[in-house]
Design a protein around this ligand. Structure first.
Ligand SMILES: *[C@@H]1O[C@H](CO)[C@@H](O)[C@H](O)[C@H]1NC(C)=O
Ligand SMILES: *[C@@H]1O[C@H](CO)[C@@H](O)[C@H](O)[C@H]1NC(C)=O
Ligand SMILES: *[C@@H]1O[C@H](CO)[C@@H](O)[C@H](O)[C@H]1NC(C)=O
Ligand SMILES: *[C@@H]1O[C@H](CO)[C@@H](O)[C@H](O)[C@H]1NC(C)=O
Length: 455
């Protein structure tokens, strides 16, 4: 039985208040609160689907939500566009410095000896624009428009430095601190590493990173090649994307789970009006999760943020320790007129067209998840997305008591309480740093492709 089956009946009553509050709280004219607008409802989603709720918790969530909205300082969309007002310009000071620093840095791997932020960055000799101009049309019809890899990997992202909107026991570092403390690096295989601090005991939160891609896009194909992903009790890693005015700009969770899960879940969250045909499960390896709401309805507000979640119980090694044991593989997300589609290829079965930068999705076979466009226009319910890599710890999903104490879900046979001997996630995270040596991403590349015919 799924956790969501057990918990959702309780939630139906309790979530009404925060959702209403959340919807009312979202003011599209508050530009600086963009991040809060698209992030904060996610906590409600996590809470709904997997965490037990009760009145105190609901009160706490509403309270934190308000506080977090005021803490958020930048409009992510603006990072790649010129700020349009003086106040936006002011709020983007850090972002501007990053942009300048990355284009002037020269020495990639001697960051620890440097003293200015400019020199702390991994270097780049090739800008995204330059890469775009050097891309060529491939035989597949998809052409590469951006690549994050090697020493320039971190030039393509900015760092989330504020509190975790989903209440993780986590302390997100900025770029300079993350680089200097070794949480981010480019390893000897030329892959980007994003780790969490393994100091045995910490207070408040354990250090981690969350990076947002600078590319804002509407339609296309994104490949994510990782050799390792965070795993283990207390972790909540994700490779995902979303757009402005959550949920109106849409959210696509491509690779996500918690704790010692062995299965991936792909999810969509949208504004009202996006639904899936009841034949959907016939065309994908994963299957829609079941819950207290119609899981064919992707609308967040109409389903208390359940959205459309597809969990893949069949593909081996697509998540967690299994993924790491085979050297990971490639996740591909295609956002096109046909809908939104996610494939996973384990390391030993990556199609040669992917390795040759000539991706040909029509030859890839049955996807892990396919959300067709029949009753959900992918250009109406999704726009201006940017990708995110993050490793949260505990928080509303991984750290919920009901999840910490639960076993038998998503390929995790033993509860984290039993595995760790700790009765709460946050006690474990704060006192057992050496247990987080596997809580890192090792990413070979992120590549964006576009098509003049298919998108
Ligand atoms: C973010 O900033 C951009 C550029 O200034 C602006 O066009 C866009 O409307 C802003 N988005 C939100 C949600 O405020
Ligand atoms: C980048 O540096 C240039 C030259 O020093 C400066 O004129 C420009 O304002 C800076 N841009 C940002 C976004 O900080
Ligand atoms: C990290 O990603 C998860 C998964 O999407 C998200 O729910 C959580 O809020 C994120 N944490 C932060 C601080 O953004
Ligand atoms: C592909 O091109 C379209 C049209 O210019 C653009 O809106 C979209 O963001 C591009 N996708 C990517 C991945 O760059």
């Amino acid at each position: 039985m799924h956790i969501s089956n057990i918990i959702l009946p309780l939630l139906t009553l309790s979530v009404t208040t925060p959702l209403t509050a959340s919807a009312a709280h979202i003011n599209p004219h508050h530009k600086k609160s963009l991040a809060a607008q698209h992030e904060l409802p996610k906590q409600v989603k996590r809470e709904n689907v997997l965490a037990g709720t009760h009145k105190n918790k609901v009160k706490r969530l509403v309270k934190k939500k308000k506080r977090a909205t005021c803490q958020v300082k930048f409009n992510a969309t603006s990072i790649v566009t010129a700020p349009s007002t003086a106040s936006e310009t002011a709020s983007l000071t850090n972002v501007g410095n990053w942009a300048n620093a990355t284009s002037t840095a020269t020495d990639s791997n001697s960051a620890s000896s440097s003293s200015t932020q400019q020199q702390q960055q991994p270097s780049s000799t090739t800008s995204a624009a330059a890469q775009a101009t050097t891309s060529s049309t491939s035989s597949s019809g998809w052409f590469k428009v951006e690549e994050w890899s090697g020493n320039s990997f971190f030039d393509h992202v900015n760092f989330w430095e504020w509190n975790d909107p989903t209440h993780g026991t986590v302390d997100y570092l900025n770029r300079g601190d993350a680089w200097n403390s070794g949480l981010i690096s480019i390893n000897s295989n030329n892959r980007a590493v994003l780790a969490v601090d393994t100091t045995q005991q910490v207070s408040g939160g354990r250090k981690s990173v969350r990076v947002h891609g600078n590319r804002i896009f509407t339609g296309g194909l994104v490949l994510f090649d990782a050799y390792h992903m965070p795993t283990g009790c207390g972790t909540w890693p994700a490779w995902w994307q979303n757009g402005p005015n959550w949920p109106e700009g849409g959210e696509i969770d491509i690779l996500e789970g918690v704790n010692s899960f062995g299965q991936n879940q792909v999810s969509l969250h949208t504004g009202n009006g996006c639904s899936m045909p009841n034949t959907m499960n016939n065309n994908q390896i994963g299957q829609l999760t079941t819950g207290g709401f119609d899981s064919y309805n992707c609308a967040s507000y109409a389903t208390s943020n359940q959205g459309c979640g597809v969990r893949d119980e069949k593909t081996q090694n697509a998540y967690g320790a299994g993924f790491n044991s085979i050297g990971g593989g490639v996740y591909a997300m295609r956002w096109s007129k046909a809908g939104i589609t996610v494939w996973f290829f384990p390391r030993n079965a990556i199609p040669s067209d992917i390795n040759n930068d000539e991706p040909n999705p029509s030859s890839w076979g049955t996807p892990m998840a396919h959300f067709p466009s029949d009753n959900c226009n992918p250009y109406q319910f999704f726009y201006d997305n940017f990708n995110i890599i993050n490793t949260s710890l505990c928080g509303d999903w991984a750290g919920a008591d009901s999840v910490w104490n639960y076993a038998g879900y998503a390929g995790q046979d033993q509860s984290c309480a039993a595995q760790t001997g700790y009765s709460t996630c946050s006690d474990y995270v704060l006192n057992s740093g050496s247990s987080f040596s596997e809580a890192y991403w090792e990413v070979s590349y992120v590549k964006y492709f576009n098509s003049t015919t298919e998108v």
